[in-house]
Design a protein around this ligand. Structure first.
Ligand code: TEU
Ligand code: CA
Length: 572
């Protein structure tokens, strides 16, 4: 018999609060907007939502800069509103995950204000402070050469006390010092605050950055830039697992909850296993970064590196085969608020392919082992902003910093920025944050006011209202594949995974089998990642029946996949 748990069977729907639904016309989504859509979310078959941060924040990084974890960013609503949301979800047998941002806080957090106030403040060591270094000419220098993930130095100088503090993201996001037991306890209390209100778990932001190498050594020098990554010394540091186990035993184990850790930089199977192997008793699942980095270059996100299906085959095979070895569990995802939409990056948003491509990716997400996470809007095939949008449509700090740095290096000539814009049109974080497209009315029905960011004008054709009416819609397909996953969970959730080789399927098709050993039930999934019509030999599956397909034909000895076609066959 199979050991089962709710979080393995869950299908999670990520909501970016600013962009979901605005109910008071201030142009920003809000908690009442989410509450009003609980029946809609439930109708998809989704059972859990993950809310990106909704806490008090100056919004320098859209809430990933938390000023107070126990109060809500006022335009979003109140703690009472959130309680109503939690209660309504529970009344509908649904669950809610919150974003736990505890690698860093905002510089407006009371803890940091105290910490920076003097060197002798009791909270001084809640953050990472170091003396400056000096070069031969006596010029002040940062304590080491680490680069911020958003560009520039990872250190910010604070005049009043003459020291630098570490900030791996924005200078307004100082890193917490997890070495401090008092800081850890305060953070545990913040977690309990929400768990006691019924929250069902956390997505842990920048999870593996919490433990740094204690000596903060210089990062390996790979080019002549002033700052180097340093990730080898700030990701998955020596105390990482102590901190997680402490959270687990002191906090999480007192509740029936789950955690999903965001895992950047750490990529090897052994290190990954240490977070999620069953006997480790640490996290329930992870977001490995590789699946959203498939078109990143060796020198960074915005370096051109066109997607090839070989990448998704490698990554899928890697984690699908690794997890069972150590009885670990994982997520299955392609989209989040930090990237372009998968349909635009890994498939096609060309009008003639878009619906089929979105359905093909939905098939991928719901037929693998692991907990599927989808981003709001994925159920209607929301896509990136089109090429007609210029740089002004992009507002996110990561992409903007990148663009501005190159613009400066090229002497400020914006006519020479076509290559940079091309990559932003694929990968900018803005695309994952576009306002939800509810209907064909001004601003897609997202707001009656002025939207906080660009509304993609393609809402005219791609919106919730029109797809609700259409049995052939992307949304209808999503409902179907989610329902199939739930009904056949022995195969699709708990079954074993066997990859089909590139020789068997051809390089543009991803294929795999799933099997429930107990019942002998088997499925085969074939996904065409190309613009072309492809045939795959299916002798072995000649007598299997079609469970679901978007644009494909089962011809017995052969399967014909239309462009971006997908097909799932079942043996019994
Ligand atoms: O992201 C962590 C992270 O490492 C990011 O740099 C991510 O790789 C990048 O955005 C991809 O382009 C998390 C959040 O998901 C992100 O939104 C926050 O900005 C970041 O932490 C800081 O809290
Ligand atoms: Ca609002």
């Amino acid at each position: 018999t199979i050991e089962k748990s709710w979080w393995e069977e869950a299908v999670v729907y990520q909501i970016y609060p600013a962009s979901f639904l605005d109910t008071n016309g201030d142009g920003l989504g809000d908690i009442p907007g989410i509450i009003s859509k609980v029946p809609y979310i439930k109708s998809l078959g989704v059972d859990t939502i993950w809310l990106s941060p909704i806490f008090a924040s100056p919004q320098k990084d859209m809430g990933y800069d938390v000023a107070d974890y126990r109060s809500i960013h006022a335009p979003y609503g109140t703690v009472e509103d959130v309680q109503t949301l939690i209660d309504q979800l529970h009344a509908n047998k649904m669950r809610i995950l919150m974003d736990l941002v505890v690698n860093h806080t905002s510089d407006q957090h009371a803890w940091f204000k105290e910490s920076r106030s003097s060197k002798s403040n009791p909270k001084r060591d809640w953050y990472i402070w170091r003396d400056p270094k000096y070069d031969e000419e006596g010029n002040r220098k940062e304590p080491n050469n680490w680069r911020s993930i958003f560009g520039g130095s990872a250190w910010a100088f604070d005049e009043p006390t003459g020291q630098y503090y570490l900030a791996l993201f924005l200078p307004s996001q100082p890193d917490l010092n997890w070495e401090s037991p008092a800081m850890r306890e305060a953070t545990h209390d913040d977690m309990r605050f929400w768990l006691d209100r019924g929250v069902d778990g956390f997505r842990i932001d920048s999870m593996n950055l919490m433990s740094k190498h204690p000596d903060l050594p210089d990062g390996k020098i790979v080019n002549d830039e002033p700052y180097q990554s340093g990730a080898e010394f700030f990701a998955s540091g020596p105390k990482m697992h102590d901190y997680i186990r402490e959270i687990r035993s002191k906090v999480l184990d007192n509740y029936d909850v789950m955690t999903v850790g965001e895992l950047g930089f750490t990529k090897d199977e052994h290190s990954v296993s240490e977070y999620v192997a069953k006997d480790r008793h640490e996290l329930n699942m992870l977001f490995t970064g590789d699946i959203v980095d498939m078109d990143h270059g060796a020198n960074g996100k915005y370096e051109r590196n066109d997607f090839h299906p070989r990448r998704i085959r490698e990554i899928t095979n890697l984690w699908q085969t690794a997890m069972p070895k150590f009885e670990g569990w994982n997520t299955v995802y392609l989209d989040n608020h930090d990237s372009g939409r998968s349909v635009s990056r890994y498939a096609s948003d060309a009008p003639e392919h878009r619906a089929t491509a979105a359905k093909m990716l939905a098939t991928y997400l719901t037929t693998l082992s692991g907990t599927p996470f989808m981003l709001a809007g994925q159920e209607i095939g929301m896509a990136n902003l089109g090429k007609e949008y210029g740089i002004d449509a992009y507002i996110d700090v990561e992409g903007r910093n990148h663009y501005n740095a190159i613009l400066k290096a090229r002497g400020g000539d914006s006519t020479k920025m076509g290559d940079v814009l091309r990559e932003m049109q694929l990968k900018s974080r803005d695309h994952g944050r576009l306002p939800m497209q509810w209907e064909n009315s001004p601003n897609a029905g997202f707001t009656a006011g002025k939207p906080w960011m660009t509304v993609n004008r393609d809402y005219v054709d791609w919106n919730v209202a029109s797809q609700l009416e259409d049995p052939q819609s992307i949304m209808a397909y999503w409902k179907e594949v989610i329902a199939l996953r739930k009904r056949l969970s022995d195969v699709f959730v708990y079954g074993s995974y066997t990859p089909l080789s590139e020789t068997e399927t051809g390089e543009m098709v991803l294929g795999f089998e799933r099997e429930c050993k107990e019942t002998g039930q088997q499925a085969v999934v074939l996904l065409n990642f190309s613009h072309g019509k492809l045939r795959v030999s299916s002798e072995k599956y000649a007598s299997w029946r079609v469970l679901i397909s978007n644009q494909a034909d089962h011809l017995g000895e052969e399967v014909e996949l239309k462009p971006f076609g997908s097909l799932v066959l079942l043996n019994i």
